[in-house]
Design a protein around this ligand. Sequence first.
Ligand code: FAD
Length: 463
Amino acid sequence: MERKRQTVAILGGGITGLTAAYYLIKEDLPVNIVLIEQDSKLGGKIQTYQSDGFTIERGPDSFLERKVTAKKLVEDLGLEHELIRNATGQAYILSEDHLHAMPKGAVMGIPTDFDAFEQTTLISDEGKELVKQELTKEKMEPKDDLSVGEFFRYRLGDEVVDKLIHPLISGIYAGDIDRLSLQATFPQYYQLEQKYGSLIEALRETQPNKASKKPKQGQFLTLKDGLGSFVDALHKAIEPVVDVMLDTEVKSVEKDGNGYQIQLDDNEKIVADQIISTLPFKASKKVFNDPELFGQVLEEENTSVANVAMAFPYEAIEQLPEGTGFVVSRKGDYRITACTWTHKKWPHTTPEGNLLLRTYVGKPGDEEILHKSDDEIIDIAINDLNRVFTIKQKPSFQVVTRWENAMPQYTVGHIGRVNSLEKSLKDKLPGVYVAGNSYRGVGLPDCMDQAIEAVNQIKNNHF
Ligand code: FAD
């Protein structure tokens, strides 16, 4: 007897939901697929804005090539000819109104080339001495998890952590390094330390091309027309098979026999056999309405930031240094946390004769920034930037994007909590899977890997 076709519902149409839909189709299982998205468009945090020859990313601007999933999917969609690699150049750290060149050989801020590190004007002699002592420092007592701050402060001292490592890491996680889980973010550094003793020695041994004299190649990729075109291509690929419901909010999910009833905002109900929820954790927690089960995977409020893109005619800025941008040292009274010269890093985004700067404004504890007007946010950004170069006029146009609670904070113990959530789901809500940036990585390829894992679980556990 032929088995009845099952229904898989994918909640959320960001990159995780779209990737899940795409690979579910590839599995060719006997299923109907429905994807439910509250917004009027797909893509979630991926939002590309194009105007007058500029391409501006309100959210992510690129993905790491090394984490292969994203590039592979771009190729699968036939978009490989549109891939663009970032241009490299000098990166800086802003501290006390000076831009200090990023020391050569630093890996995520961890110095590996002591001759180059000796030259940096960012770190005091005492701070440099502590770094040198890392080579002979005992490895840490084994721990299930600890904060990124605790680990690096022990190995390298406070100064390097606050001035070098924190600004780079908060460019990805926008959080407090002293609460951020090492296991959930950089487990490889802990493993290297446990294996080699010295982290610096380990990086010298294991970094690819460490002796290469070839110019450094960019590690990030984007698409010619922005990441929005990736979303559009995915939408086009899934549309013939998947029932894509836009402008439709999932209100609740209730267990119903062996399946689930999904209540939508228009009073409609959908019955599904399996569910992949890619909603941000708080939204999942709300719709499944089981606080005990969902517990405290993400304990804290997520961080909120504003992304500010500003275009200028070339002559509007004086003394803009050669390079691609800076991150801001932790200590200090700046309200911006980073600035990229986007016209340098991604020249295709900016018409000839123009400059495009992208800054991030706001950090944990400075959420009130989101309640300011666009003009106020622009003034704050320009005020800070004017401390290092001279901006002579207002931007010719700007795009301000407020990201409220958008950056999940993986605090210490995060992975243990995700593991126990997944185990409880198996027992209490079989057939429900969670994936996306609240759980096992925030980068686009990490989110996509989680989507593929959820599809594999459905295939292996239900067919
Ligand atoms: P989301 O994109 O948040 O998608 C979830 C979807 O669920 C949304 O579309 C939402 O509308 C929908 N939804 C929520 N509730 C409901 C409901 N009740 N019913 C129906 N739908 C609902 N990563 C990189 O790799 N490179 C970068 O350069 C980079 N830069 C970033 C810059 C910023 C400003 C931000 C915020 C993130 C950045 N990231 C970057 C991280 C990356 O963009 C995200 O981790 C990733 O896009 C998350 O995808 P997702 O599908 O898991 O979640």
